[in-house]
Design a protein around this ligand. Structure first.
Ligand SMILES: NC(=O)c1ccc[n+]([C@@H]2O[C@H](COP(=O)([O-])OP(=O)(O)OC[C@H]3O[C@@H](n4cnc5c(N)ncnc54)[C@H](OP(=O)(O)O)[C@@H]3O)[C@@H](O)[C@H]2O)c1
Length: 341
């Protein structure tokens, strides 16, 4: 029998909801029923939840939850499994996990597909673990799978001090790539270098194309992870070397730019990209297993640790969104939800 409805579990919980689309101030603390895990799902008592830029997009009305997902914001959590739905053997009740979810993270309890859960390494706090899933799944799927980054290749990470960027720099360096980054201040650039970038370009003062051509002896780079979009298209394409891969995961600077297709075929470039949230659970499960095998050993040893700018209580979700949207965060912002978070 499923232990989905344990007597010890409360029927309602505290959460943060988006009653209407708008600025950060629309986020509201609310009471919701504790969700019940369905087939293949687990119920997690949430210790901490990561805050991501896509949460801000959702709040502003531009990134609706996929069908069947919770309307509450929050794409990643860490905590303890307190109930399992039918068909789940791993993880089990009592296990400490972090999970990628399609919504519902800003809450005291959250359901997650079992395949999207990963064990929390003993060396990591719940706050640290909550900062992992969204960026690690995204970077793995885009830099290593779509981007096919290989040891010895050169990776350029735009937005190097973002949640995504800090993960991409660390993973790129850990897997033997030469890593470069761009960011919007000297302080952010210093962080990128601390994390393993050979050189970071403050794009407000320098042109990344010039700096990277110089630094690579005019060789160019193999893979670019881009969150800026339109304004960087031309220089990205110029900078890529033969067989280069340009991977888009966002377009914070605008979605349209001018593409010189001649360079695409002459250099045999690949232009690709993806979003994580709308992928089927089986695919996210596959990415989870790849991370467990390839990346978890690095987290277990703390060779890689998520960069956390600030930890705030759940009630301060408004402030968390303001910080992200002001581009002030370096690394991640995490909401602490339970005392053991
Ligand atoms: N496709 C996917 O599956 C997926 C998954 C997760 C996240 N994302 C996207 O990836 C991006 C990063 O997410 P995150 O949570 O890591 O964000 P974040 O921590 O909020 O960082 C975003 C950073 O981007 C830079 N930025 C903002 N506007 C810019 C512009 N117009 N031009 C250049 N840089 C700009 C800012 O840093 P500077 O001060 O350095 O400019 C800002 O701090 C977001 O757009 C998010 O939606 C995509």
């Amino acid at each position: 029998m499923s232990d989905a409805v344990r007597p010890a579990l409360p029927s309602s919980m505290q959460a943060v909801e988006i009653p209407e689309a708008g600025p950060p101030e629309v986020l509201r603390v609310c009471t919701r029923p504790v969700p019940v895990p369905q087939f293949g799902e687990v119920l997690i008592r949430v210790a901490a939840a990561g805050v991501n830029r896509p949460d801000c997009l959702q709040r502003a009305g531009g990134y609706p939850p996929p069908p069947g997902a919770s309307d509450l914001p929050g794409l990643e959590v860490a905590g303890t499994v307190v109930a399992t739905g039918p068909g789940v053997s791993v993880p089990a009740s009592g296990d400490r996990v972090c999970a990628l979810v399609a919504g519902g993270g800003y809450a005291a309890y959250c359901v997650a597909p079992a395949v999207q859960c990963l064990p929390v390494p003993a060396a990591l706090s719940s706050v640290e673990a909550a900062a992992i899933p969204e960026t690690f799944f995204t970077v793995w799927a885009n830099v290593f799978e779509l981007g096919r980054l290989a040891r010895g290749e050169i990776l350029l990470v735009h937005g190097g001090a973002s949640g995504i960027g800090t993960t991409a720099i660390q993973l790129g360096a850990a897997f033997g790539a030469r890593v470069f980054a761009t960011a919007g201040s000297d302080e952010k650039c210093a962080l990128c270098v601390d994390l393993g970038a050979e050189r970071a370009v403050n794009y407000r003062r320098e042109k990344f194309l010039d700096v990277l051509q110089d630094a690579t002896g005019k060789q160019g780079v193999d893979v670019i992870l881009d969150i800026v979009g339109g304004p960087y298209v031309a220089d990205n394409i110029r900078l890529l070397r033969q067989n280069g891969r340009l991977v888009y995961i966002a377009a914070l600077g605008g979605a349209k730019g001018e593409l010189n297709v001649g360079q695409v075929f002459v250099k045999r470039l690949t232009i690709t990209g993806s979003t994580l949230r709308n992928r089927p659970s089986e695919e996210k499960g596959r990415i989870a297993r790849a991370l467990e095998q390839q990346v978890w050993p690095l987290l277990v040893q703390r060779a890689i640790v998520p960069v956390i700018q600030q930890v705030l209580p759940l009630e301060s979700a408004v402030q968390a969104h303001r910080l992200l949207e002001a581009n002030e965060a370096m690394g991640k912002i995490v909401l602490r939800i339970a005392a053991d978070g």
